[in-house]
Design a protein around this ligand. Sequence first.
Ligand SMILES: Cc1cc2nc3c(=O)[nH]c(=O)nc-3n(C[C@H](O)[C@H](O)[C@H](O)COP(=O)(O)OP(=O)(O)OC[C@H]3O[C@@H](n4cnc5c(N)ncnc54)[C@H](O)[C@@H]3O)c2cc1C
Length: 316
Amino acid sequence: MRKLKISVLIIGAGPAGLSCALWLVNQGYKPVVLERASHLCGMLRFNHHENDWLLGFPGYTGQAIGAKFLEHIQSKNLDIITSALLTSITQREHGFLVSFTESGRQIQIESDYLVIASGMRPRTPVELIKLSTQYPQNFLVGAGELYLDDFKVGQRVALLGGGDNAFENAFHLALRGVFVDIYCRAEARARDEWQARCKENPNISIHLHANIGQFSVSEKEVNFVENGELRLADVVVVMYGYEPNTDALRKISPWLDTAINEKGFIKVNVYQQAPIERVYAIGDVTDRPLPCLPSAIGQGSLAAKAIVLDAEGMLQ
Ligand SMILES: Cc1cc2nc3c(=O)[nH]c(=O)nc-3n(C[C@H](O)[C@H](O)[C@H](O)COP(=O)(O)OP(=O)(O)OC[C@H]3O[C@@H](n4cnc5c(N)ncnc54)[C@H](O)[C@@H]3O)c2cc1C
């Protein structure tokens, strides 16, 4: 078994984790970043929309911004371990012992500080996750899977969800001549402007209090039942919102429970410190309102600065 001793271990190589690592490296630290996936940049990898929300990157897609982040990070010779599967995190007197496997190898890292940057994932019932693996053309999970240009005039889409994401995407699909049925489990939660636009569009039907299930696929068509009625669609898009990636961490480190709120997010103070000594949390996994890319990057740098001050005994 390989063993390492370091000062800061960061879990998650999304924008928050990479930003934290960058700031630490620039201050003379040698953090290690553990990433569960085989790729870096987290949710940015699934954002193919051109945006105008990050200062200095007009017209870039999330993926293009991610490529710039990687270029910067690679110039720093940072230690990032991908496809890392955490198996345990135990508390020590002055830090943590983190065990994980990578390509079948078992590795242990002793670290003074732990930074959790594990982000969020689309909230999806297990049945729909299985179907999306089995029929990837017919079931798309989360906004990141939906490429508007892939749809053709006359196609039928069942959009599951009642929030802004569902209504906004339904509207853009309908503009392309796609017939969209939006199925909301209760009332719609989307902003009034999106609801109004969708209600006015003849290509969109909105189903409220829709109890749906019994999905099956035949001849490339999806059949399912809504409140006892048989429905058909070419593609089912699931947009039930997002949930924090903390359940896997809780399973292997139950002591983290005291730092997690009722929705599964990690509680933090103004310095991104969780209510457990030497544990910090940053980005979408924290209980902060309105998560987004710029705030994830900002929280990463803030945590790095706070850790450096704390290590020097200067954090109040
Ligand atoms: C389609 C789409 C459109 C978006 N549009 C915008 C927008 O217009 N403007 C905007 O500001 N933001 C947008 N966002 C949101 C933005 O991408 C996120 O706010 C940002 O990526 C959050 O960064 P993060 O590092 O906190 O989390 P993530 O990007 O989620 O990264 C977390 C990383 O942690 C890893 N991880 C999870 N669990 C573990 C574990 N147990 N062990 C190791 N690694 C783990 C994940 O694999 C992932 O790589 C969009 C996101 C999507 C998907």
